[in-house]
Design a protein around this ligand. Sequence first.
Ligand SMILES: CC(C)(COP(=O)(O)OP(=O)(O)OC[C@H]1O[C@@H](n2cnc3c(N)ncnc32)[C@H](O)[C@@H]1OP(=O)(O)O)[C@@H](O)C(=O)NCCC(=O)NCCS
Length: 189
Amino acid sequence: MRGERRNTLDGAGHMTRDFLLRDVESDDLPIFFEFNADPEACRMAAFTAKDPTDREAFAAHWTRILADATVIIKTIVRDGQVVGSVLSYEEEDRPEVSYWIGREHWGQGIATRALTAFLAEENTVRPMLARVAKDNLGSIRVLEKCGFKVTDGCMGFANVRGEEIEELVYELVADAGDGMQSRSCADCG
Ligand SMILES: CC(C)(COP(=O)(O)OP(=O)(O)OC[C@H]1O[C@@H](n2cnc3c(N)ncnc32)[C@H](O)[C@@H]1OP(=O)(O)O)[C@@H](O)C(=O)NCCC(=O)NCCS
């Protein structure tokens, strides 16, 4: 077990009794599997597992990331219901965020609220990066609403689409006015 359930009510109202991020519990995993296997969600996210319907590969991946001390991963709970996940992981020693909301919960501000809370309370390291398919307009909007700016782009192979597509790199800096430099997309050299 990775810690106790939390129920935080902070001054900024990021997390409330109706909306919170908590540690992942084993019962969440079958729910995440269904969310992650949804064809429309996979098409949107593009950079997914090779076969999102492969339960064994899903279980192996989640066992690995839950055991990885450099991965911060939270279950998003709204009104007592698991609605998605939000996480950060290290890529070349720099943190990147990712998130996934169950399709039936889209369009209700959940990703924006979850990412805002995650960045405020779970991982405050900056700069924070995010990668997104160029045509994933929902995810791009979420990042921009949370203060991320596009810094780079490159081509990447999207498993579920079976083709190379354009990926954008977004970055959130500590203070947008502090002149920090963004780095180049490593995949593009
Ligand atoms: C992308 C995703 C996270 C958005 O989650 P969500 O909870 O529906 O997002 P929100 O409700 O917080 O919406 C935030 C903004 O994005 C817009 N938006 C959401 N989905 C959109 C879409 N498909 N197309 C265009 N805009 C969209 C909303 O209108 C809102 O903008 P507004 O406040 O200006 O009206 C969700 O669709 C998802 O999990 N998709 C599959 C996995 C994925 O793509 N993860 C990200 C990988 S980089």
